[in-house]
Design a protein around this ligand. Structure first.
Ligand SMILES: *[C@@H]1O[C@H](CO)[C@@H](O)[C@H](O)[C@H]1NC(C)=O
Ligand SMILES: *[C@@H]1O[C@H](CO)[C@@H](O)[C@H](O)[C@H]1NC(C)=O
Ligand SMILES: *[C@@H]1O[C@H](CO)[C@@H](O)[C@H](O)[C@H]1NC(C)=O
Ligand SMILES: *[C@@H]1O[C@H](CO)[C@@H](O)[C@H](O)[C@H]1NC(C)=O
Ligand SMILES: *[C@@H]1O[C@H](CO)[C@@H](O)[C@H](O)[C@H]1NC(C)=O
Ligand SMILES: *[C@@H]1O[C@H](CO)[C@@H](O)[C@H](O)[C@H]1NC(C)=O
Length: 573
């Protein structure tokens, strides 16, 4: 049942009257430094605000993917019994479990704050996904009859779009695997429960036309703990040199998937804590800052940050003895492109397990959802953390990097999700730490609600500082590798000393505290020209290669004085 509640979020549109005023000729030109760090100081920003978008969308949001249609595909498992969202009568699903006339997926429209049910035919439980260069969601694996399935969802919506199940199957059964989009546009799918291997989709390589197959990866077996595992949903990040960073349990490698060889092993992350499912921490590739002055010949440096997790034995304790041990409050940050990389450890203001790490267009990170005690798994955690934490990526003083933000009132435990939206909000949903839907379970009932967290930059006092994009590059909004492009935007109050940056951000696939494919690129600013009283044209160098920015659709934001514009979608190719 679609709902038509008014969206409480209205992006300030007061700039639109200014567009008419700008007469688009250059009145002055100044070369910029391309400063990326412009967040106002902690003393001047608020802890953000929460808004309930829907008390129920009828399905618990175990997985979320934003598409370029500005709609979010949300889905759960299909074997939870009936959901609270009905399917149209002609769409009932018949499976060995019986006939199910309820939906386990929906399409959420972020602009109108409405949704409609979608039809998933086989079980998508604890699966993975990515968006291909054409903007199509490619979702892989699941459970039972769905464990080797590949399903797609189209990038544009005619109000009838729905899931397609492909006849091609994965080589391996993949439950709790991780996906990453590659420079050639394929997806690599790594690991899963008792799946010590990786494979590609599509199976045919664009480069040499050969059919790839299943590749064994002993690292995935070596990092598996007896019974507890602690290596599921491995953390994957495509690094600028084209190799893959893979982290599982406490270890990480630089992996050449073309040659099936480990290029190097990074130091073990310090401390006792395990970081992967069910000791679920989270991992983020910090923003890649392009250095166009060196003309794209030098690849950007890359840093990975991993936060939260649980100590050894935590899952045994919660699962068998119902004793919930404290999660980790540590984050490890490592410059993976250094010749001798080292983990630098930091402490969050509280312990966290099952939190999502979401990159903001400012380059900072929001750590959101989860609990302070226990692990992932059914009934395996207590003490929800209601407060997100803001991590200031570029703050030089380590004592001033974390800020505790305003709390939600809804526990977001196991099976909750969070994604960045093009308007700068964070969409938050899910939480179902039970085997089936249970709305009376106390204190963590199955959550069917959707909320939005508004970071400080959406506060009213920042409206005059917020840029609004008029046009990007060519009419088709394509960003070509190795080329410059320009963005025209309007801005009421320019603060030249606070810097302007142009960033590209992927829409990530959120599940189990991972943002698969989450990636942010800070463009190198070449010039800034003022076109009229309120209009500006910024010229930047685009990403040099597909290893730095895999092909596909990105959200482009102009960030001024720590305040991002609403994004426009561009295609990088
Ligand atoms: C540009 O950056 C350099 C080095 O970081 C700094 O010395 C210089 O003052 C900056 N120029 C401007 C105009 O901000
Ligand atoms: C879901 O539906 C059941 C059965 O109609 C109802 O008892 C429950 O309150 C609903 N839950 C939510 C969160 O709407
Ligand atoms: C889809 O449905 C919405 C709401 O009913 C309507 O406003 C919109 O025009 C429809 N879009 C298409 C492509 O039919
Ligand atoms: C960068 O490379 C392009 C193409 O190779 C060339 O046209 C341009 O002049 C170079 N720019 C600089 C600053 O070296
Ligand atoms: C968890 O329990 C299993 C089964 O008893 C045991 O094999 C394993 O060593 C335990 N792991 C830890 C870390 O306690
Ligand atoms: C729901 O949770 C309550 C309280 O935890 C429990 O007593 C009840 O058996 C559960 N219901 C179902 C259907 O599992």
């Amino acid at each position: 049942m679609a709902s038509f509640i008014k969206n409480p979020f209205r992006p300030p549109s007061f700039f639109f009257y200014l567009i008419g005023l700008s007469c688009l000729f250059e009145v002055s030109t100044s070369v910029f430094n391309g400063s990326a760090k412009t967040t106002p100081s902690l003393d001047t920003i608020s802890g953000g605000h929460w808004f309930l978008l829907h008390s129920s969308v009828g399905v618990s949001a175990m997985h979320m993917q934003l598409l370029k249609s500005n709609k979010v595909v949300i889905f759960d498992r299909t074997d939870v019994g009936p959901s609270n969202l009905s399917l149209p009568h002609d769409k009932c699903i018949r499976s060995p479990r019986g006939t199910d006339c309820t939906a386990h997926s929906l399409l959420y429209d972020i602009v109108s704050n409405t949704f409609r049910p979608l039809t998933v035919h086989t079980d998508t439980w604890c699966s993975s996904g990515s968006v291909n260069p054409d903007g199509v969601l490619v979702q892989t694996g699941g459970y039972g009859e769905g464990i080797r399935k590949v399903r797609t969802f189209p990038p544009s919506d005619d109000n009838r779009s729905d899931w397609t199940e492909l006849s091609t199957k994965l080589w391996e059964r993949r439950w709790y695997a991780t996906n990453q989009v590659l420079p050639d546009g394929r997806t690599i799918i790594v690991g899963g429960r008792l799946a010590f291997s990786y494979e590609f989709f599509p199976k045919k390589s664009a480069n040499d036309g050969s059919f790839s197959k299943l590749y064994y990866l002993s690292f995935l077996k070596e990092t598996r703990d007896p019974y507890e595992e602690n290596n599921l949903y491995p953390f994957l990040h495509l690094l600028p040199d084209g190799n893959l960073f893979i982290f599982a349990n406490k270890r990480s490698i630089l992996f050449d998937y073309n040659r099936n060889s480990v290029v190097r092993e990074f130091p073990i992350i310090p401390g006792d804590f395990k970081r992967n499912y069910p000791s679920t921490g989270s991992s983020v590739l910090l923003p890649l800052r392009l250095d166009w002055r060196r003309n794209g010949t030098v690849l950007p440096e890359a840093q990975v940050m991993i936060c939260g997790g649980s100590p050894p034995g935590a899952f045994n304790m919660s699962n068998r003895a119902r004793i919930f041990v404290s999660a980790s409050n540590t984050c490890g940050r490592i410059r993976v492109t250094d010749p001798k990389p080292k983990w630098v450890m930091e402490e969050m203001p509280m312990p966290r397990v099952m939190s999502e790490m979401v990159l903001l267009p400012t380059g900072d990170v929001i750590i959101i959802n989860g609990a302070t005690k226990g692990t992932a798994g059914w009934e395996d955690a207590v003490n929800p953390v209601f407060n997100p934490v803001l991590y200031l990526t570029y703050e030089p003083d380590p004592e001033r990097r974390f800020m505790v933000l305003n709390p939600s009132r809804i526990p977001r435990m196991y099976h909750s999700t969070a994604v960045l939206l093009p308007d700068g909000r964070i969409l938050v949903g899910g939480s179902n730490p039970h085997k089936l839907y249970n709305f009376t379970a106390y204190p963590y009932p199955t959550e069917l609600s959707l909320e939005a967290f508004h970071p400080y930059y959406l506060d009213p006092q920042f409206v005059p500082l917020r840029p609004s994009i008029i046009s990007v590059g060519s009419r088709q909004r394509i960003v070509f590798y190795g080329q410059r492009f320009s963005v025209v935007f309007v801005l009421a109050l320019h603060r030249p000393n606070l810097g302007i940056s142009v960033v590209l951000m992927t829409p990530s696939f959120s599940t189990h505290s991972l943002g698969m494919n989450q990636r942010m690129l800070v463009m190198e600013v070449v010039s800034l020209a003022q076109l009229s009283t309120f209009a500006y044209k910024i010229t930047v160098g685009g990403p040099p290669t597909g290893t730095v920015a895999p092909p596909g659709y990105y959200m482009l934001f102009v960030v001024h004085a720590g305040v991002p514009s609403p994004a426009v979608w561009v295609k990088v190719q």
